[in-house]
Design a protein around this ligand. Structure first.
Ligand code: AMP
Length: 223
């Protein structure tokens, strides 16, 4: 396949981050997770971070105009030439339209939007036990515990509960997803780009489904 320009779609806690990290290592493509980019900006107190912080703490989406430029800029870089993996972007129809416009300007197109499907109950269970390090590596106290409790296996940093993984904020993030992001399922379906993956299995099972799906997409392209 000449280019692999992938979008990971799905509610918070569906496993986009876990699968995105695996895809990144496997496909050797840049992985742009807007949540991670924004959290780093908040930590470093950049202008972007200052604009985003209040929204993130409440579990609201940051305004489209704050986030669109961040991604548009990265898609035009040398490292993204052979493709990219987007996680957490687009999250609104406005962002999807801006992305389509950017791709047109670059003479490229989205390969597929992979929807990782899980129920609300599963999301709440997963996010409640999630622990992350400041560099965005993700663990789960029940399903994917780190080797040493409270410490990141990858970089040795302290693991924490994200403010927005607290129960009342989780509920609000899910509402935001249903209201603003779920319409993208129809948006990409209408354009023939939507691919559904059952996200309820183990991370290995879900990754297997994604790999099978990508293999099918490759065969279709070559046919
Ligand atoms: P995530 O790690 O993807 O769950 O993102 C954490 C938070 O960052 C979200 O709850 C939003 O406040 C913000 N955020 C991340 N990506 C976007 C986006 N594409 N549009 C608006 N807000 C975003």
């Amino acid at each position: 396949m000449s280019e692999l320009n992938l979008i990971l779609l799905g509610p918070p806690g569906s496993g986009k981050g876990t699968q995105g990290e695996r895809l990144q290592a496997d496909l050797e493509l840049p992985y742009y997770a807007t949540g991670n980019i924004l959290r780093a900006a908040v930590r470093e107190q950049t202008e972007l971070g200052k604009q985003a912080k209040e929204y993130m703490d409440r579990g609201d989406l940051v305004p489209d105009e704050v986030i669109i430029g961040v991604i548009a800029e990265r898609l035009g870089t040398h490292e993204a030439e052979d493709g990219f993996i987007l996680d957490g972007f687009p999250r609104t129809v406005g962002q999807a339209e801006a992305l389509a416009e950017r791709m047109r300007a670059l003479g490229r197109r989205i390969t597929a939007a992979l929807l990782i499907d899980v129920s609300d109950e599963e999301v709440i269970r997963r996010l409640g036990g999630r622990r992350t390090c400041p560099n965005g590596h993700v663990f789960h106290i029940e399903f994917d515990p780190p080797e040493k409790e409270g410490v990141c296996d990858v970089c040795g940093e302290q693991l924490i509960v994200r403010d927005d993984d607290k129960p009342e904020v989780i509920r609000h993030r899910l509402e935001q997803y249903r209201e603003k992001t779920e319409p993208l399922v129809g948006y990409y379906d209408e354009r023939g780009l939507l691919e559904r993956v059952d996200g309820t299995g183990s991370p290995d099972d879900v990754y297997e489904s994604i790999r099978a799906l990508l293999a099918t997409l490759r065969m279709e392209e070559e046919a």
